[in-house]
Write a protein that binds this ligand. Structure first.
Ligand code: C2E
Ligand code: MG
Ligand code: MG
Length: 712
């Protein structure tokens, strides 16, 4: 411009500034703005070239460019510096980074006047300022659109959202969405400005609250399931997630966003499932599984606090009569009433459970002595003594209660329940409607005569009876040549019950017939199984009771079972006792002959404890004599017993009978028996009675003792 007069130059500069301002105001983007300013500079300012360069990896790159007449557009930023005339390059400052540079090439070699240079610098500054404004506007628009999206999402979310300010004390609510209003019943207007605490009301004893408080304090994310309350007071389960919102620098937490998920239905479902798994459906009391947990917990606590736990097992007396007489529904109602009364007799911290049927258990915790439990026992009896109405009739129920105490009577649930059961049976035996503490002697006589029949019947139905086998060995060969079938009762609570405890009672009640049948069947099937497995099935001795022996069709019955199972009679041996055969000699003889005709062997059990009349025995078709355990026991150190055993064996042999010694427990006894030429023996020395599976193993391995004359 220096070729112009000062006046013209100033006028042109003025025009240029005006044009720049006009064009800047029209521009709506960085590109159009830069292009417009460059054009104003060449068209109005008359410069040879004006261009904007923006920073790039290799310096600058051409962003906008305008050329005067006769000037060709440069292909790149580098080329803009190659024009002949002087040029000025002005910085376009910006925050946080500079935008670039504005380069202007003079129209002539004279270059730029000082005032002209000053105006161009102002134009560059104005351009920087305008770019900054455009950029800010764009950022703002973007943020606004994001916010709009976000708020649409919040409004339509099915989860409640609550935003609280964390820069103020008390964390006041600044925003809640419609779902929050729907879930809680509170409107946005009601809660804005308040602290979010009102949702938990005074239900402050919640584990989840601790977690949420810690997250708020630590300004971190948090998650918990809380009991919250709606405006109408109704409880709902809130699966709450909270997250801090930090300021732009990422340092200070300004807000917390809480996402509220109403999971009441899910929790209700879970609680229902858990309830069913742990409670008795009929009465709502704890069931066996929960009871076991509770007893375990009670014991753990009592161990720590040096206290006692009382386990009361309660069985209603003659409930069966009510059930049979009135039907199930009234009986169920009665059980419910009993459950309520029981629950009313103990503290909340104690447990009342129903094991099924008419059996209940009460666990009394935190007590110092048995007296505390006596009080509960008496209280229960009193509570039950109140008349009950069943099917519109007044009824009196009583109960028998057995009590076992931790630590005295056991240190785990199973043993305590078992012993309480033993004590309970004792109560039944002694007139019912009472309670009793367990005493170790009771275990000997666990079952009550009166309940025996029902119990045994159930045992047969429930497969609680098992046949064990005790091997019988030949002294000559040292091998297993037979087995004695011995009955066991595996009672679910009492455990293994020995035959001496139930055989005599079964005999009295007549149930022995059924038991005998069961043994006969089981044994025959077992023999068959051994035979089919190719094992050397031994002859199995079966004990016959007096009542069974007098059964009219005993022999027919045995024959039938043999046919049914396909086992030969010779696979069996029947054990009888002297007292059985000494009655009604004629009939006895007939039965014995019939049994023999099946091919079975006959032996006389427990010899030495009855008449022990050998001469009499001559008349019976007996094959074997079993010397009772009581003679064998002292055979190695009691001269009398030894003499008797020796004589019995010798006389038996002279009558053509084999001899089995029972109850051989020591090597010394066995040695003595060898000396007397005893034929066979059984006893703990070689094996106790074992379940069929174990006996099968014994057959498979061919376990034996040294044969006669052989040294071990
Ligand atoms: P038992 O017929 O005299 O049976 C022998 C008893 O002596 C068995 O007792 C057996 O376990 C035991 N015993 C065997 N070896 C030894 C030993 O070395 N030492 C000691 N101390 N004992 C030994 P368990 O099994 O208790 O049977 C007792 C009785 O019950 C039997 O006496 C038998 O009279 C009767 N019994 C068992 N099972 C049946 C059955 O199925 N039917 C009938 N009617 N009575 C049975
Ligand atoms: Mg026997
Ligand atoms: Mg015996």
């Amino acid at each position: 411009m220096s070729h112009l007069s000062t006046e013209d130059r100033l006028r042109r500069l003025l025009f240029l500034v005006g044009e720049c301002v006009r064009r800047r105001n029209e521009a709506d983007s960085e590109a159009s703005l830069c292009a417009a300013i460059c054009e104003a500079l060449t068209e109005t300012g008359g410069y040879a070239l004006a261009c904007v360069g923006t920073p790039s990896i290799e310096g600058f790159q051409l962003f906008a460019c305008s050329c005067g007449v006769d000037v060709a557009e440069p292909p790149s930023w580098e080329h803009t510096a190659r024009l002949r005339h002087p040029m000025t390059t002005l910085e376009l400052f910006g925050e946080p980074y500079d935008f670039g540079v504005l380069r202007i090439v003079a129209a002539s070699a004279a270059g730029f006047e000082a005032d002209e240079q000053a105006v161009l610098e102002r134009i560059a500054d104005d351009l920087s300022g305008s770019i900054a404004i455009l950029r800010a506007n764009a950022a703002h628009r973007q943020m606004e659109s994001q916010l709009r999206q976000l708020s649409r999402a919040l409004e339509s979310s099915s989860n409640g959202v609550m935003i609280t300010s964390s820069t103020q004390l008390n964390h006041p609510i600044v925003y809640v969405n419609p779902a929050f209003e729907r879930i809680t019943g509170y409107s946005a207007a009601e809660v804005t400005g308040q602290s979010g605490h009102f949702l938990v009301r005074d239900d402050l004893n919640q584990k989840g609250l601790t977690e949420i408080r810690a997250a708020l304090r630590g300004q971190r994310e948090g998650h918990a399931i809380l009991r919250n309350y709606r405006k109408d007071g109704q409880l709902f389960w809130n699966e709450l997630n909270i997250a801090p919102v930090r300021d732009e620098g990422g340092g200070i937490t300004t807000h917390f966003v809480s996402i509220i998920d109403d999971v009441s239905e899910r929790i209700a479902y879970e609680q229902q499932l858990e309830y069913h798994a742990t409670h008795d459906v009929l009465t709502g009391l704890a069931n066996r599984s929960l009871l076991n947990d509770r007893i375990a917990q009670a014991i753990a606590r009592a161990r720590q606090d040096q206290k006692m736990v009382g386990v009361l097992l309660l069985d209603l007396d003659r409930f069966k009569l009510i059930n049979d007489g009135f039907g199930h529904l009234p009986a169920d109602n009665l059980l419910r009433t009993v459950a309520e009364r029981l629950a009313g007799c103990v503290r909340d911290t104690d447990t009342v459970a129903r094991l099924g049927g008419d059996e209940f258990v009460v666990v009394v915790t935190d007590i110092d002595d048995a007296d505390g439990v006596s009080i509960v026992g008496a209280k229960i009896l009193r509570a039950l003594a109140q008349p009950l109405s069943v099917a519109e009739k007044e009824l009196f129920v009583t109960a028998s209660i057995g009590i076992a105490m931790y630590p005295r009577d056991g240190d785990h649930g199973e043993s305590l329940l078992r012993n309480a059961d033993v004590a309970m049976y004792r109560v039944k035996e002694h007139g019912r409607n009472n309670y009793r503490f367990y005493a170790p002697e009771m275990s000997q006589m666990a079952l009550d005569r009166l309940d025996m029949e029902g119990n045994l019947r159930r045992a047969i139905e429930r497969d609680e009876l098992q046949v064990y086998y005790q091997p019988i060995l030949s002294l000559a060969s040292g091998r297993v040549v037979g087995a004695e079938a011995l009955l066991r009762w595996n009672h679910p609570r009492i455990g293994m019950i020995q035959p001496s405890e139930f055989i005599p009672l079964a005999e009295e009640t007549g149930l022995i017939i059924e038991l005998g049948d069961l043994v006969l069947h089981t044994v025959c099937r077992q023999i068959r199984a051994w035979q089919e497995a190719g094992l050397p099935a031994p002859r199995v001795a079966i004990n016959i009771s007096a009542r069974q022996f007098r059964q009219e069709d005993l022999v027919e019955h045995v024959r039938h079972i043999l046919d049914e199972t396909g086992v030969a009679g010779s696979a069996l041996e029947f054990e009888l006792t002297e007292s059985m055969v000494m009655h009604d000699i004629e009939n006895t003889l007939l039965t014995l002959r019939d049994l023999k005709s099946l091919g079975a062997a006959l032996s006389l059990d427990d010899f030495g404890t009855g008449y022990s009349s050998l001469s009499y025995l001559k008349r019976f078709p007996i094959d074997t004599l079993k010397i009772d355990r009581s003679f064998v026991r002292d055979i190695d150190h009691d001269a009398d017993d030894a003499a008797i055993a020796h004589a019995v064996i010798a006389m038996a042999h002279s009558l053509g009978l084999d001899v089995i010694a029972e109850g051989v427990e020591t090597e010394a006894q066995l040695e003595q028996l060898r000396g007397y030429d005893c034929d066979r023996f059984q006893g703990y020395l070689f094996s106790r009675p074992v379940p069929a599976g174990e006996f099968t193993l014994l057959l498979q391995t061919g376990k034996s003792i040294p044969a006669k004359g052989e040294r071990p």
